[in-house]
Design a protein around this ligand. Structure first.
Ligand code: NAP
Ligand code: ZN
Length: 352
């Protein structure tokens, strides 16, 4: 049990108001409850959701904000009743840190759909009434039930992006039963998209990448894509009509939904994980004419996040990352917005 107050002070990168530059400041994490774990954070990935949140694009942002929900680190202390983890363990924290634990979805291990409202790792009000602060931070205190184990085969820097980009793409691929014989298209080859390609390939699917340009083609093939098409070329859409069982859309902006629906086979599904702030538009005939579906998917539960990490370790799935220092985060956000990242920025927390 950690009773030393100084242990709970953490340097963080904080955004004072929407779109403001990051500031280095210090916060105090809560004293450890019996089921809590104190984690020394080593690496935190930069998810495009961090940018949507820090820029206030989704509305209702809580400022000052410390983003970060792709957290990899080492257990530094454990509460008196912790049984799953010990000091020194390699652990991860993803998009949420608490839920009611009693509703039907929590009981099913799908805490992200908690009917009382899941507590996000940052930009949420915790059950104790305090705002949550995320992983752009030296330390974090999290209930053991919301911490996962990082397999030894995964280095901590490349494990970090799996805590959001990994589970957000693994979960829908599993839910829609992707396997040998499934024709899957991944739209957008960014942080989420480039791990989606690897998971779909490892699950045995025939994987097509739909990216705006041909620039990422050779890298797509090197991580498991079977086919690659540039969506800037209109011929792509005529050539691929009626081709896919599942399209996983990871794009952060609105797309021409009708054009993508036309690429689905009968009974095919377009699953959106990309989360643009503005509503999409589509014509209902695009669904009717092929008994097609539009769906969405939100991260994944804790049990499935552990399963995803173990699957990644067993199948050699490794995010491609660019490690940056704490002073480079504002610039990194601009580069993500320009799609100038191959394929995930990860902050080396030692530089804080
Ligand atoms: P990212 O690294 O920026 O990747 C997005 C990719 O989309 C880009 O690399 C680019 O790929 C493509 N793209 C960007 N702008 C585009 C445009 N205007 N038109 C067409 N394609 C465009 O972002 P990310 O971190 O992967 O996140 C993607 C989205 O998923 C974000 O909206 C994020 O908030 C959301 N998200 C959702 C969940 C969830 O649970 N549902 C979880 C995490 C993130 P190409 O260069 O290959 O075209
Ligand atoms: Zn994320």
């Amino acid at each position: 049990m950690c009773n030393n107050h100084k242990n709970l002070m953490a340097r963080v990168l904080s955004v004072p108001s929407a779109k403001a530059p990051f500031e280095k400041t210090t916060i105090e994490r809560r004293e450890l409850e019996p089921n809590d774990i104190l984690i020394d954070i080593k690496y935190t990935g930069i998810c495009h959701s961090d940018i949507h949140n820090a820029f206030g694009e989704w509305g209702g942002g809580i400022f000052p904000m410390v983003p970060g929900h792709e957290i990899a680190g080492i257990v530094a202390a454990v509460g008196t009743e912790v049984t799953k983890f010990a000091v020194g363990d390699r652990v991860g924290v993803g998009c949420f840190v608490d839920s009611c634990g009693e509703c039907e979805y929590c009981l099913k291990g799908e805490e992200q759909f908690c009917t009382k409202g899941v507590i996000n790792t940052y930009n949420s009000i915790d059950f104790d009434g305090n705002p949550t602060y995320g992983g752009y931070s030296q330390k974090i205190v999290v209930k053991e039930g919301f911490v996962v184990r990082i397999p030894d085969a995964l280095d901590l820097d490349v494990a970090a992006p799996l805590l959001c980009a990994g589970i957000t793409t693994y979960s829908p691929l599993k839910n829609w039963n992707v396997g040998p014989g499934t024709r899957v298209a991944i739209v957008g080859m960014g942080g989420l998209g480039h791990v989606a390609i690897q998971f779909a390939h490892a699950m045995g699917a025939e994987v097509t990448v739909l990216s705006r340009s041909i620039n990422k083609e050779s890298e797509a093939f090197s991580i498991g894509a079977d086919h690659y098409f540039a969506t800037s070329d209109p011929v792509t859409f005529t050539e691929l009509t009626g081709r896919f069982d599942l399209i996983l859309n990871t794009v952060s902006a609105n797309l021409d939904v009708n054009a993508y629906l036309s690429l689905l086979r009968v009974d095919g599904t377009l699953v959106n994980v990309g989360a643009p702030a503005e509503p999409d538009q589509y014509h209902v005939f695009s669904l009717i004419m092929g008994r097609r579906s539009i769906a969405g998917s939100l991260v994944g539960g804790i049990r499935e996040t552990q399963e995803m990490l173990d699957f990644a370790a067993e199948n050699g799935i490794v995010p491609k990352i660019e490690v940056i220092g704490a002073d480079d985060v504002d610039e990194a956000y601009q580069r993500v917005l320009r799609s100038d990242v191959r394929y995930r920025f990860v902050i080396d927390i030692a530089t804080l």
